[in-house]
Design a protein around this ligand. Sequence first.
Ligand SMILES: Cc1ncc(COP(=O)(O)O)c(C=O)c1O
Length: 287
Amino acid sequence: MSVYLNGQFLPLADAKVSVLDRGFVYGDGVYELVPVYSKKPFRLDEHLRRLQGSLDGIRLANPHTTDGWRELILRLVELQDFADQSLYIQVTRGTPVEGQPPRDHAFPKGVPPTVFMFSQPLLTSTPAQKAAGVCAVSAVDNRWLRCNIKAISLLANILLRQQAVDVDCAETVMLRDGFLTEGAASNLFVVKDGVLRAPPPSNLMLTGVTYDVVLELAAANGIPHEMRAITEAEVRGADELWMTSSTKEIMAIVKLDGAPVGAGVPGPLAMRMDGLYQTFKLQVMRV
Ligand SMILES: Cc1ncc(COP(=O)(O)O)c(C=O)c1O
């Protein structure tokens, strides 16, 4: 497998970084995950814009222009021998150099960031999984207040997600101060009486590229929708609850904390939205 590291395309086994890299020692970096269909990156500009936002959020200069990123990404995509890919981009604050303290919270001066990218086969949810839906558990969102930054330090998300995994569920639905925020690795939507609702973008959640696409598709197809704060009672009383992400796409949550969501099966709007999303993807692949 060919990966990209700091200006070079090389075999995975040859890609090496220092153990003093800020990503390794502090989790000091940001990332993106771009789905690639038939070797066409999906919504690349949007992902690169979100990457810029994350870099700005951690005060790290972007090492590449948008065109520069695009060129590197397309080259990495072409080097893989599989068509549908999950392309991971990571930028860390680099490695302290000789004469600098090996470990110091303060940003190291004059150090180039570490840029690492690799691509693996994309495993989206299968039609059978979508038809069945998944179960989820709820938990208090105990993460920091800058969840709009796609930070590589994912320990809180990992611990929250594991609560779901421990009981054979797919996701953890997070609530902060009685309001819905997002999933441990996804955004969440609820449907009530035919209206699609999602929490508005804020520092308390990561605005998913899939989240944006879902809202655009709702607008383009006359599906009533609104972005507003959603209470825990509204989550538990919803007709439908969805998780969305680049890899899960639109996935119905049919059971929350052991109780059925709505009718306990994927709802009609989830299935409609998944159809719209698949059509939208096909359009992108033809570009
Ligand atoms: C915390 C969190 N929220 C939301 C998302 C969904 O983002 P996207 O739709 O861009 O995959 C992710 C994706 O991994 C995530 O980790």
